[in-house]
Design a protein around this ligand. Structure first.
Ligand code: ZN
Length: 590
């Protein structure tokens, strides 16, 4: 945390020195009526940082018995519940519920909350827990609280219990921040930038920002203005719309970093953009302190990564690696607008010469690093704010069709059918088992369709997609060979035929060992445990891998790690740690 480092470290030293009983007393009220958590965490001292303490407390809960976890959840009051009315809440809970305005509900809202509390309790047998101060720490609105309540009421009980525990950790985090007088000012700035940038959207209710639209150009202009405010020496928009900010070093070499600012439709605010904001804040702090590094920092806001408007995915990073495909300029979007025309409408030259000039020479750069929201549930389920990426998965994709015989569902005996859908069903289960058996390999049939199927007709055709990914090309190819061999065997046995068209193949991009270990050292320096994980999603770093050594840092996403969704969430505390990790990374280089 940036402000008042003094009081944070003084309190930390006091906690580390205290007897076990004193330690528990000092953390009284952090976890509601549950001193056993602090009792068990005491053994893990000394804590290197406040973040380390938070992780240790969460770990005690994660490793506790189911009964203990349920006891912790049940130690919490209902939201705007009977205890609140009767004034029986702990001081901490009263403060939090007041901040969220839950003590000032309209009669309708109060009635709605009472009904939700009753339904929730009947379904799960424990009270609904929500950190009402939210990811920003300032308090969710009553509408947000009620919407979250309604959504989570439909969750699976195991999923919901885990979410309640994570909300309890978030409540504890905010209480600890108050106790430590620690404010994540950099994380708050990042969060506020993300919120402000999300205003520029093609759709009214959700964030949509696809390539070369007016919203997209507005985002680029806003990023450039903020970069200038941060103290970058050069800020520009290149021929494909990348926003490029350079903070000069004392030497000619540069570290290249960044992520994308385009989004999917109905997107979250942090996907891509987090990885632009983090190094912007690092530069802002360096500039504020009048510091120069021995190398320059070049931050790229990539204009296109999601492949939403045009099929030319990674067109932005391809321009940097010199792999921009000239044929892409003639691609059309859904409205028939060519990429070239879209570029020109957005004020970009749209010529191959200008695009060719975006190419970077590898010799000038130390490497490429990217910070990105995880976009998956792993860090959230482990209660860890940061993760080290080992590799960006290689993939193969296919679309296929199985053809059988569309015959009468009533008259065709089970032994005489050629059911195309049953054939693909068998393949799906095989792919699931095969991928489950090998770590870091995934297989998905995401599209499945019986064209003009009827309730009383055996499926004669079934169309499907296949998405196979693995951390190494060897593992991907082995999975691919096994799945295709099984498809062949299933069709032979069932009297079916099939076609299978490859639609995409991408090689795995393993992290550069030296850069990965620099991220590891940075995370360790913050007092956090290391967790290494592959990236299942593709990223700009995957393209930059063709030019430069690369490594990525992942940041925990809330709400179970959901991404490509408006529910995507990052807390200000995790954002702060991401900035601090980046600061440690460049300090170790300097
Ligand atoms: Zn992304």
């Amino acid at each position: 945390m940036n402000t008042d480092m003094g009081s944070e470290s003084i309190f930390l030293a006091q906690l580390n020195r205290a007897s076990s009983a004193e330690f528990v007393a000092l953390l009284d009220g952090i976890y509601e009526h549950s001193p056993w958590i602090a009792e068990r965490a005491a053994a893990a001292r000394p804590f290197k940082s406040l973040a380390a303490l938070k992780v240790a407390l969460a770990r005690v809960v994660r490793e506790a018995s189911l009964d203990e976890q349920l006891g912790l959840i049940r130690a919490h009051p209902e939201l705007a519940g009977k205890a609140a009315v009767a004034g029986e809440l702990t001081a901490e809970s009263t403060n939090e519920q007041q901040t969220a305005g839950l003590t000032a509900c309209t009669p309708e809202e109060f009635a709605r909350l009472q009904k939700l509390n009753a339904d929730y309790n009947a379904r799960f047998g424990f009270p609904f827990i929500l950190a009402v101060r939210g990811p920003r720490g300032l308090g969710l609105t009553r509408q947000e609280i009620i919407a979250t309540f309604e959504r989570r009421l439909r969750a699976h009980p195991d999923v919901e219990r885990a979410e309640c525990l994570r909300q309890i950790h978030r409540i504890a985090e905010i209480r600890l921040n108050d106790k430590f007088d620690a404010t994540p000012v950099l994380g708050q700035q990042l969060w506020d930038w993300a919120a402000e940038l999300a205003v520029h959207s093609e759709t009214e209710d959700f964030l949509t920002c696809t390539y070369a639209t007016p919203a997209h150009t507005a985002v680029a202009e806003q990023l450039m203005a903020w970069m200038r405010d941060c103290g970058f020496d050069e800020v520009s928009r290149d021929a494909v719309g990348n926003v490029v900010g350079v903070y000069n070093g004392t030497g000619d070499q540069r570290l290249l970093t960044g992520s994308h600012y385009d989004t999917v439709r109905r997107a979250g605010r942090f996907d891509g953009r987090l990885g632009i904001f983090v190094p912007m804040l690092v530069v802002r702090e360096l500039h504020g302190q009048g510091k120069r590094l021995p190398f320059g920092l070049e931050v790229v806001g990539f204009s296109e990564e999601e492949g939403q408007r045009y099929a030319a995915t990674f067109l932005a990073s391809s321009a940097l690696t010199g792999k921009f495909d000239a044929a892409w300029l003639a691609q059309t979007d859904a409205a028939g607008v060519t990429l070239r025309d879209a570029m020109r409408e957005a004020g970009l030259p749209g010529t191959l010469d200008a695009i060719a000039a975006c190419r970077r020479g590898a010799s000038r750069y130390l490497g490429f690093v990217e910070v990105h929201i995880e976009q998956g549930p792993v860090l959230d389920s482990l209660d860890l704010p940061l993760g080290i990426v080992t590799s960006i998965n290689g993939s193969r994709r296919y679309t296929g069709e199985i053809v059988g015989l569309a015959s009468h569902a009533g008259t065709t005996p089970m032994g005489q059918r050629r059911d195309a859908a049953a054939g693909i069903a068998e393949l799906i289960l095989f792919a699931e088992q095969r991928a489950t058996a090998v770590p870091d390999v995934v297989a998905t049939v995401g599209m499945l369709e019986v064209p003009s199927g009827s309730i009383n007709v055996i499926p004669g055709r079934c169309r499907f997609s296949l998405d196979l990914r693995a951390t190494t090309d060897t593992a991907r190819d082995a999975l691919d060979a096994d799945v295709r061999a099984r498809l062949d065997e299933i069709c032979q046995r069932r009297g079916l035929s099939y076609t299978l068209q490859p639609t995409m193949a991408a090689n795995a991009a393993p992290s550069d060992a030296a850069w990965q270990s620099r991220w590891e050292a940075a995370v360790t320096a913050l007092g956090l445990p290391l967790h290494r994980l592959p990236s299942g999603a593709g990223h700009d770093a995957m393209k930059m891998h063709e030019l430069l050594p690369q490594a990525m840092l992942f940041v925990r996403g809330g709400n179970g790690g959901i991404s490509h969704n408006p529910l995507e969430s990052v807390t200000v505390d995790d954002a702060e740690l991401a900035v601090q990790a980046f600061q440690r990374l460049i300090e170790s280089l300097a």
